[in-house]
Design a protein around this ligand. Structure first.
Ligand code: GLN
Length: 537
């Protein structure tokens, strides 16, 4: 296409308006027109990455193929666009400062005073332009985390101002705001939007397009009023109402010509409106699926809707492709006891034992795994979930009552899950786990081989501990097979029990690579098995 175009997405009025979904939707619409698109996110906090953040602080930590622990919005980018993001797609304030300070220590600034402008802003700009210059994308969409007006976002907004000035028509700002409905007055209020645009203008940034989130339809007059007060073309004021599924947002944006407005403003030919056929087919199938498949999610952060984001999305995508609607029943693992486990799990069609860290709630996961195994429930253990399946098996089938992971009990005499060799010397917590995509070879005589339909797979990891190969033979003899192995290190990546309907644990996280148009085979198969075992009532 020639020069890369840069689209910045900012947010005003309130957080959690869905900048990630709007960025993904814009990306999807441009990609459907044949452009090569990527999306990056700047997070204005001091942590180098979200890897060490508690899910209560930051929701799920998403992992890229090249092993970066990132914001969960990158999951939306990948699920919408079917692309793979990398470490260049998520940058925090902490990382920007670290890069600059490292340069300063190397003496790269030749005795100059190092300042926010130009040094921090130059580093931010370098990270935006890198995607265009190095990876040759047609469009780079940059989502700026936080809300306009936050102290933390200022260097990012200043960099964006400079880039808009330098790039002219090749850069554009989409600002997302909120239009509240005051029930007492029965009125939609535009003042917060006007204020947040003024705030942006005071920083020297004129938004080109406004996307207004609202729970109520915005009429023509309201849009005209916003356009008038905010120096924006009336057709560049777009509404974003709550949708039954986030995957409808691209369609709603297309109906209002958001992508066409972007192309016009950037001086690109508009051409025909793409049909988005496979996307619409997915949505139709989703809307038609009314019968439920009930899945219990056993974890310790289940009350947080963002903590297992990718797992929830992967399950719901897989349900759609099985013409079902997934009903998630969250089970707080701390609460599970031998006495009450049946009450939680007896009636469900499938069980997911979630990933996690630390000892809280782990005994409940062992009890859930035992119940699932002894009642032949369709069960999927992911990362810590797989480790729990193995420990429970060692305790109750192999008879090692004290079996454990050294993460939970460092002195356990039966260390079924052990610290990986290369982890032993590591003291830093940040970015030091086994992260990113690794190869795994499947046993041709296994259910997972049947599911994947290939012998060599690549899946993403995020863990420090591993299955202890010293126990492999005993496990296999007793009926839990190690059916996926990393070819270089010999690490066990998948266990399954051939004697049961569907009892599979993966050390990796398949949920990260399930997308709308390419749902993950393991999730598809899991849902299918759950449905087959429990046909519609
Ligand atoms: N805590 C376990 C480990 O580090 C599992 C991690 C996870 O579930 N992501 O190995």
């Amino acid at each position: 296409m020639g020069e890369t175009k840069y689209i910045f997405v900012t947010g005003g009025v309130a957080s959690s308006l869905g900048k990630g979904i709007i960025s993904s939707s814009i990306g999807k619409l441009l990609q459907a027109r044949g452009y090569k698109v990527t999306i990056q996110k700047f997070d204005p906090y001091i942590n180098i990455d979200p890897g060490t953040l508690n899910p209560y602080e930051h929701g799920e930590c998403y992992v890229t193929v090249d092993g970066r622990e990132t914001d969960l919005d990158l999951g939306h980018y990948e699920r919408f666009l079917g692309i793979q993001t990398t470490k260049a797609n998520n940058i925090t304030t902490g990382r920007i400062y670290k890069n600059v300070i490292d340069k300063e220590r190397r003496g790269d600034f030749l005795g100059k005073t190092v300042q926010i402008i130009p040094h921090i802003t130059d580093e931010i700009k370098r990270n935006v332009l890198l995607l265009g210059n190095k990876y040759k994308y047609d469009f780079v969409i940059t989502e700026i985390g936080g809300t306009v007006g936050d102290i933390e976002s200022l260097p990012f907004l200043e960099s964006m101002r400079q880039l808009k000035w330098e790039l002219g028509r090749n850069a554009l700002c989409v600002h997302l705001t909120y239009v509240p409905f005051l029930a007492a007055a029965k009125e939609l209020k535009t003042k917060p939007t006007q204020h947040s645009v003024k705030e942006l203008q005071s920083l020297g940034i004129q938004p080109d397009i406004l996307v207004l989130r609202s729970e109520h339809e915005l009429n023509e007059n309201l849009r005209k009023k916003v356009a008038l007060f905010c120096n924006v073309d009336p057709h560049a004021v777009v509404q974003s109402l709550d949708c039954p599924t986030i995957y409808e947002v691209p369609i709603k944006m297309q109906e209002q010509g958001l992508d066409e407005t972007i192309l016009q403003k950037m001086g690109l030919p508009v051409g025909e409106r793409p049909a988005l056929k496979p996307w619409r087919e997915f949505l139709a199938r989703r809307a038609n699926a009314t019968e439920e498949v009930v899945v219990a999610l056993v974890g310790k952060y289940v009350e947080l809707q963002d903590a297992y984001k990718s797992i929830l999305e992967a399950l719901s995508q897989a349900a759609t492709y099985n013409d079902r609607k997934v009903k998630i029943e969250t089970v707080q693992s701390d609460n599970i006891t031998h006495e009450n486990v049946a009450g939680y799990l007896e009636h469900v069609d499938g069980i997911v034992i979630c990933p996690g860290f630390g000892s809280r709630g782990i005994e409940g996961k062992f009890i859930a795994a035992e119940y699932a195994r002894t009642h032949d429930k369709v069960t999927f253990g992911i990362c810590l979930g797989m480790q729990c399946m193995a420990i429970e098996f060692a305790r109750n089938v192999l008879g090692y009552k004290d079996a454990n992971s050294v993460e939970i009990e460092p002195k356990t005499p039966h260390n079924i899950i052990d610290l990986m060799e290369e982890q032993k010397a590591i003291t830093d917590m940040g970015g030091t786990m086994r992260l990113g995509a690794y190869e795994c070879v499947l046993d041709k005589n296994s259910k997972v081989y049947e599911i994947y339909g290939q012998e060599h797979i690549q899946e993403r990891h995020r863990h420090r501990y591993e299955f202890n190969n010293a126990y492999k033979q005993q496990f296999e003899r007793a009926g839990m097979k190690c059916v996926g192995t990393n070819p270089e290190a010999g690490l066990v990546e998948i266990v399954e029990m051939p004697s049961l309907t569907w009892y599979i644990g993966t050390q990796f996280h398949p949920e990260y690579s399930s997308t709308v148009l390419k749902p993950h085979p393991l999730f598809l198969s899991f849902i299918k098995a759950a449905i087959t075992k429990h046909p519609a009532k």
